[in-house]
Design a protein around this ligand. Structure first.
Ligand code: CA
Length: 242
């Protein structure tokens, strides 16, 4: 324990990346954990596919190391469940030698990289560093949100539709950002008020509808394709297809 904390402390003051290792072979899992902890990463382990899925969904990991052959459900099923739930944590698959099909399946399911067993711990560490770097780069790049030909730039605080700049008030901008972060999801009036105004209006008020109508006129006015739609009795949705 002492050695680990010293190594971690020697590194930068940035919080250590947190990694989930899903591997049923105890020896391999322990070896991976030791290697990662010596590099200052924070490590958690799951020894079967169900536990792994549960931990990956409930925790906030920077990276998953995922074995394919696992009890209860295999790594491919686990990965498919994660991606279906919208979880895009980078995944490094660990595969047995010679199973090309598994590797292809893994990559098709959404794995970011794979490593064939047996592997050298130094190679594993190199892949881990590379995936974490890629993740950081992607996070920096994610400063715009878009749907169809509509783009919202979070940094410049500008909105464009079909290349044409659209002027929004700060409330309209916040509303559009909320819809873009929840594309294709119907948002109720109360969800919208809670997010934008942080409190609930009297139920009788139509202020949300007024704001939505202003926003709609600005982003959909003059365009054939209407993005912001009313779901009668439920709320509103920003959708690509009517
Ligand atoms: Ca295994």
């Amino acid at each position: 324990m002492k050695k680990q904390s010293e190594t971690a402390a020697k590194r930068s003051s940035a919080p250590a990346a947190s990694i989930l290792v899903v591997e049923d072979e105890k020896k391999i899992s322990a070896l991976i954990r030791k290697g990662l902890e010596e590099e200052g990463y924070s490590v958690q382990e799951a020894a079967d596919g169900e536990k792994g899925e549960q931990m990956a969904k409930n925790g906030s990991f920077d990276l998953l190391l995922l074995d394919i052959m696992l009890p209860k459900q295999d790594g491919i099923q686990l990965l498919a469940a994660l991606r279906a739930a919208g979880n895009d944590t980078p995944v490094l698959m660990l595969t047995a030698k010679g199973t090309v099909e598994d590797r292809v399946k893994g990559l098709d399911t959404g794995a970011d990289d794979y490593l064939v067993k047996p592997f050298a711990i130094t190679e594993l560490l190199a892949r881990v560093r590379s995936l974490l770097r890629r993740k950081k780069g992607a996070e920096r790049a994610a400063t715009t949100l878009s749907i169809a030909d509509l783009t919202l730039d979070l940094v410049a605080r500008k909105v464009f539709r079909g290349g044409k700049a659209i002027d929004l008030t700060s409330k309209e901008f916040a509303l559009l950002e909320l819809f873009l972060r929840n594309k294709n999801k119907t948002l109720s009036r109360s969800t919208i008020t809670e997010h934008i105004w942080n409190y609930n209006f009297d139920t009788g008020t139509n202020i949300i509808d007024v704001y939505i109508n202003h926003l709609r006129a600005k982003i959909d006015g003059g365009f054939d394709r209407k993005l912001l739609q009313t779901i009668r009795g439920v709320g509103y949705v920003l959708k690509e297809n009517p």
